[in-house]
Design a protein around this ligand. Sequence first.
Ligand SMILES: NC(=O)NCCC(=O)O
Ligand SMILES: [Zn+2]
Ligand SMILES: [Zn+2]
Length: 485
Amino acid sequence: MSTTVIKNGTVVTADLTYEADVLIENGTITEIGKGLKGDKELDATGCYVMPGGIDPHTHLEMPFMGTYSSDDFESGTRAALAGGTTMVVDFALPNPGEGLFDALKRWDNKSTRANCDYSFHMAVTWWGEQVFNDMEKVVRERGINTFKHFLAYKGALMVNDDELYASFSRLAELGATPMVHAENGDVVAELSAKLLAEGNTGPEAHAYSRPPQVEGEATNRAIMIADMVGAPLYVVHVSCEESHEAVRRARMQGKRVWGEPLIQHLTLDESEYFNKDWDHAARRVMSPPFRNKMHQDSLWNGLQSGSLSVVATDHCAFTTEQKRYGVGDFTKIPNGTGGLEDRIPMLWTHGVGTGRLTPNEFVAVTSTNIAKILNCYPKKGAILVGADADILVLDPEKEKTITAASQQSAIDYNVFEGQHVKGLPRYVLTRGQVAVMDGEMRNEEGHGKFVAREPNAPVNRALSQWKDLTAPRPIERTGIPASGV
Ligand SMILES: NC(=O)NCCC(=O)O
Ligand SMILES: [Zn+2]
Ligand SMILES: [Zn+2]
């Protein structure tokens, strides 16, 4: 078996920065130290050697709003690798009334073309005995320990509070972790109907229909329900102070809650929806919508202080033609934007490049924290002996301007078009295989493998121990008086 060594770089992990070479054999890291030799050498002089990015939130070839998102597992994972991301976690979505395993079969078929490793979250889109029963096998036999609930998309993916409570309770029993898309779908539906009736049909009305309050309310609600059943909670795409405040407060109270801002919400703002060009605005329609600078600052502050834990993309890419389904009615514009190829360079540029994040914090929020929360650390998210050799060699001096013309994604535009980024991959390795070399793609379709993730992660175990200890108990009494009846 031939070996590869990454030489002369600076290893950057979530907690350490040091000079060392990294030796790789058979897809895993076998040695870290000075003066290592291998059959093949990759020169990392002037570069940072870090765990490859993990994107915990993607929708590849997702059936949604009458169409399918246009990046599939092939183009989506190719885009991921081009930008330094070596693992994606996608959402398997059962149709109404469909069993969880039928949905998983479809996601298994789509993912055979993946260029990098991947895992699945399971979505809970309806509730019934079959879902209750399937959950146990999904967790114990399929290695899926995270289940997403949509509190938005009324009449489609949305679940109600009784379903949420039942599902969260079951997940707590199984040692799995609920996730939520937290927007109040009932209120969004009311506001959307009102806006349309008043003649607000353009893409900007999408943002008006989803004010920060709908997110804050739903985030609080999900946090309280998770707390009542003793489950941890992962809140996807936290976009505003109202939602962040709920997550922050919960964490200060000792609740096991994680918040995930997106690179789009960190770097793009609501002014995009006021653009006179309908296509420009519609291409940026996603839920939650982009917010103002105050909300952006809140998200950055959360990453700096630790009240927000990870940065994702929610990559769900629709072409301009697909976006035009919503001409004349903003509620029909497919919701979603791309970002897989741009998350790492954008976060490095706007985070590390401005002093908002240290390089170690950058690794934590793009990789290590995610692997820990999803319970695949240190196989993923680590530069350690025994870890998978999913590695990003980042050259802090390499720069480019983002353009749709040069991207891997299958769509015809890029929401970050024209952004200048500094800090790009020199090499990207997926389980030891070089997939990107100085901007040249060497990916292999089908190389990606499914990453199984065990239930009962340390946080789940600790929380259930605490909940058991503090559960209501009858008081043992002697000398109970006779009944007064
Ligand atoms: N975020 C979005 O607008 N589209 C993808 C589906 C979701 O995560 O809500
Ligand atoms: Zn969502
Ligand atoms: Zn999503």
